[in-house]
Structure formats: structure tokens, C-alpha cells
Ligand binder design. Sequence first.
Ligand code: PMP
Length: 396
Amino acid sequence: MSADPYAWLEESLATIHRADWYRSVQTIHGCPGATVVLEGLEVINFASNDYLGLAGDQRLMAAATAAIQELGTGTTGSRLLSGNREIHRELEEAIAALKQTEDALVFSSGYLANIGTITALVGKRDLILSDQYNHSSLKNGAILSGATIIEYPHGDVAELLTQLHQHRQNYRRCLMITDSVFSMDGDLCQLPELLDITQEFSCMLLVDEAHATGVLGKTGAGCVEHFNCTVRQLIQIGTLSKALGSLGGYVAGSKTLIDFLRNRAPSWIYTTALSPADTAAALAAINIVQLEPQLRAQLWRNVDYLKHLLQQRLPHLKLLPSQSPIVCFQLKDATEALKVGQQLKSAGIFAPAIRPPTVPTSRIRLSVMATHELTHIEKLVETLLYADISKNSFVT
Ligand code: PMP
């Protein structure tokens, strides 16, 4: 046998290219912000998850720099060995205070928080109910857990109930998992209804607040606060890398849950503790989220302005339903989405095309920031109106 065992990689890549699903990276130079330099071109940034504009905030940078000076760059080991620092605990207490939970646990990323938590909570004899549009980290956590997975159509609570009536009694534990803000559509899960269901069927509920933390709720605690659902039974997951402008993930919930995860979540136990710089930056961000509600107000003013202008000037655009700073409009297919993304970029607007297999239908995903100026939003809408973008590109 002398055949090249890697030959299939080239063929597979060629198939990805043919479908216009090929992905390549683009480089941003300098600090992140409402405008950035992308491949040498200054563009208005509608592509980031930095909703409050904190990733380039001087206060976060100063906190990170001070932490490096005091504690060094790396943590040298896992939290249970040589990696634990006082600042990790401070951050966990700040997250628990923001989320109004008994305790919290910090992971190296939101992805790892989801994987570690789901695999710790359920296994072969258990059932997972998962929204079809959930983030990859929830889906992969579910697969890794070995539990039986039932995926219900996006937001279809009636179908979720039907599935529970049929299958719940055949399994030991049941875990419902859902994004709170769906990352590629911008709509919200029906949290109050989901919580009611957990009572009726004795299910655990894990809600991923990645895009809601710092953004939704009076104090920025997320979707849970938005719906006034701060209850002890809920497992809240999130990231430090979006509105909080840093890196890392968290789980917030009861003391018992957190204690259990410290003993059972493999992606927390067997990985190096979060760096001092990331930890300090996230801590500074939570402070800002709590002390400066005006940042959130500015974000929502911008979101409302964008939605209003799009509806008024481009009524033919098919906007996906959204109750968040993520605003998407649909395009005919991946090729059209790529074309429109490229045309926007040439006009100085960074708004990426999102295509299958990430999402079922191709779209442009606009992500609004508190630090956008109204003129940035106006330029985006003008560009969509007057640039050489064929009306045939859009799903209307
Ligand atoms: N959950 C959701 C809903 C997300 O959108 C993301 C990031 N795209 C994650 C989890 C993963 O978070 P992190 O980037 O911190 O790994």
C-alpha cells in the first residue's frame, strides 16, 4: 500500500471551494474598535462581538498590563495544581454578583465552559434536548457527553414538549440546552416557558448567555435578567470574550453545581488556568458594565437606529427577527452573500457573509457596537442602498 493517506484532504477542500463554503482569515491591524484597519483598508466594523467597545478600552488594557507586571504572563498549570491565583477568585465572585448566583467558575473559553459542563452533567443514560440553532460548543458538548440528543426545531417549544412527553421517562437525567441570544440570528430563547417545562419534567436547564452578558438586562446580567428569571436551578454559561472584551468563559449557578464542576469538568480540570492579563481585563470590564449603564443605553440606541433605518430605507430586505445587537439580512445563496460582503468591504464596511454549514441560509450578519457613531450606521445603510449591489442578491 503506497497510496497517500492524506490525498482526500485536497479533494475535500476542492468540494468546499466548489460550494463557495471555503473560509480564509482576514487580518485586522491595531486595536479593535468601531473602525478598524482590515488588510490595510480603514473600515467601519460591523463584524465584532465587542458590543460595548471594551476590547480596546484603556482601562482594560491598564488592568491587564498591571496584572502582567505583578503576576507574569502565564499561570504555569491548572487551577487544581500551580495555576490558581487570587484574581481568579475575585473574577468568579464578580461574575456571581453580576449574575445574582451563589457562585461561578471561570474557564479558558466559553467553548470549553460548555463542553466541560455538559459532559460533567450527563452521560449515556441521559437525555439532552437541544435547539436546532444552538452554538457549536453546545452541540459538540452534547455529542461528547454520550447522552441521547433530541434536536428540536428552532424555538419550537410545542415540539420540545411533545418530545419530552414521549421520551423523558426513558432516561435518568434530562438536560435542556439553549443559546439565550442566538448567535447567528439575534433572536432570544423563550426562557420563561423553558423554565416552566423544567419544573414539569424534572429537567436541568443550561442557558448560554455568550451574546447577552453585558448587553441585556438592566444591569447587564443577560437574558436571565431581561426575563426576570434569576432562579437557583438555572445553569448559566457565558464568555468573557464578547461584551466583556477579554478572553475566557464562565459558568454561574448554585454553590453545589460549581463545586461539582470543579471536581468533574474535564475542560476545567485538565487545562492551564486563565492568564492574569485576561482575568484582570474581564474583571475591569465587569466593573464598567455595572458602573456605566449609559454604555448599554448607547448600544441599544444604535441598535434601534440601525433597525429603524433599514426598515425605512430598505423595506425589501428580509431581516431576521432579532431582539439583540445582532441584525441579519438574508441573501439568495452563499455566492451572493460573499459578493455582497465583498462589495460592502470595498465601500469601507466590514460586515461578513455567514454561510452554510455555520447557518442553514446565507446572510450578512451586522453586529452593532455602543461605540458606533450614528454616521457609521448611516454609511452602512447608504452603502446598501446605493452601492452596486443587485436587488436580486437579497431574499425579499
Ligand atoms: N456560545 C456562543 C453562543 C457563542 O457565540 C460563542 C462564541 N462564538 C461561544 C459560546 C464560545 O465562546 P468563546 O469564544 O469564549 O469560546
